[in-house]
Design a protein around this ligand. Structure first.
Ligand SMILES: NC(=O)C1=CN([C@@H]2O[C@H](COP(=O)(O)OP(=O)(O)OC[C@H]3O[C@@H](n4cnc5c(N)ncnc54)[C@H](OP(=O)(O)O)[C@@H]3O)[C@@H](O)[C@H]2O)C=CC1
Ligand SMILES: CC(C)(CO)C(=O)C(=O)O
Length: 332
């Protein structure tokens, strides 16, 4: 298949390299030093899916010819601009939106009225190391779907085309699964605030408890919004609702389980990676989305609001907080 990937960051490059390895014709839209490095020497993938240097992949500054499928892999805060910039070539071709948060597919659908848009929720943890190089710290499946019902024929067909390149599964209740991924992405804020890996944060008793509280709060907001959580990687509507009800001490089992699945290679998470590159983060679409959804349900989400604010503070100051400072700030 001829596949265009827009967004040559951690996940876009991971998918682009894996699709190249599987023999697809990949056009990767890249910018700046990333475009120069890939044009000069190809794209190097290392880590959990094995090592690969791309052979046929072509990096371009802008899409000029249509593809059979486009994969949009930019951060949520950059999606509107990317859709506007590449919309003329994208509109009319199927677009798979790889994005955390709740808005990716609906924003693409609004911007590309004649495209068939669907979404991917990836549990892969990937890090952008330097121009021309990405590494997968945790290989994991990617879940593809759209809407609230069962996966339709087109979703199944594209998933079957992609699955030989990387583990991919078509899922039903994609909207509910976006919420489940929003709970998983409670992993992101504390590494961004402290500059530590997800595993280090979860190993710290105090930070682990904050993460457990933010996850439980997010689940309660989802329940108040009438969400039926979708099934992802052993998480389900039933076990997430139970997680929000058991004593908080017992609830810590969930972040501990995430850390165990992640393995020992440090995962900074995608939000800390933006900060390390001096870029704005996606936090308003992660913990910030929980705060907005809580308001719509007539509730507060104080832990998610505080974590959102602390990530913005680190964006402004460039100074990470120690675990003790995080606990003090949350106690105010
Ligand atoms: N990294 C991970 O492990 C995971 C990430 N995700 C999600 O996947 C999505 C992508 O994340 P990730 O790969 O980490 O993000 P990155 O920030 O690593 O990469 C995004 C890329 O998009 C590029 N970009 C932004 N705007 C445009 C544009 N207008 N045209 C072309 N390129 C553009 C950026 O370029 P530039 O740097 O020049 O701005 C950057 O290279 C996010 O929603 C994230 O939450 C989900 C699961 C795991
Ligand atoms: C799955 C996880 C937590 C991987 O790090 C992710 O989605 C992210 O970093 O944004």
């Amino acid at each position: 298949m001829r596949i265009a990937v827009i967004g040559a960051g951690a996940l876009g490059c991971t998918f682009a390299a894996l699709l190249d390895r599987a023999g697809h014709e990949v056009v990767l839209v890249a910018r700046g030093a990333q475009l120069d490095a890939i044009t000069a020497s190809g794209l190097r993938l290392t880590g959990g899916f094995g090592d690969w240097r791309t052979r046929q992949l072509v990096a371009v500054p802008a899409l000029d010819t249509p593809a059979e499928l486009a994969i949009l892999a930019v951060k949520a805060q950059d999606a509107a601009a990317a859709l506007a910039e590449h919309g003329r070539t994208l509109d009319g071709i199927p677009v798979l939106v790889v994005q955390n948060g709740l808005d990716g597919v609906s924003a693409a659908r609004a911007a590309l009225p004649t495209s068939s848009c669907f979404g991917a929720l990836s549990i892969i943890a990937a890090s952008y190391l330097e121009p021309g190089s990405v590494t997968v710290t945790t290989p994991a499946p990617t879940y593809i779907g759209r809407g609230a019902g069962e996966p339709d024929a087109e979703v199944r067909r594209f998933t079957a085309e992609l699955a030989p390149a990387f583990p991919a599964e078509a899922i039903g209740n994609f909207v509910g699964a976006q919420w489940t991924k929003l709970i998983v992405n409670q992993l992101n804020a504390l590494p961004a605030i402290t500059g530590r890996s997800v595993q280090e944060v979860i190993a710290d008793r105090g930070l682990r408890m904050v993460m457990t509280r933010s996850m439980r709060e997010a689940v309660r907001v989802g329940v108040a919004r009438g969400i039926r959580f979708g099934s992802l990687q052993g998480l389900s509507d039933r076990n997430l609702r139970l997680f929000a009800r058991v004593p908080a001490l017992l609830g810590q089992m969930l972040p501990l389980r995430f850390a165990a699945r992640m393995g020992s290679v440090p995962n900074p998470g995608s939000t800390l990676q933006s900060l390390k590159r001096g870029q704005r983060t996606e936090i308003d679409f992660l913990n910030g989305a929980v705060v907005r959804e809580a308001r719509l349900a007539g509730r507060d989400a104080p832990v998610n609001a505080a974590l959102t604010e602390l990530v913005h503070e680190v964006e402004r100051t460039g100074m990470f907080l120690s675990p003790t400072e995080v606990l003090e700030r949350l106690a105010r």
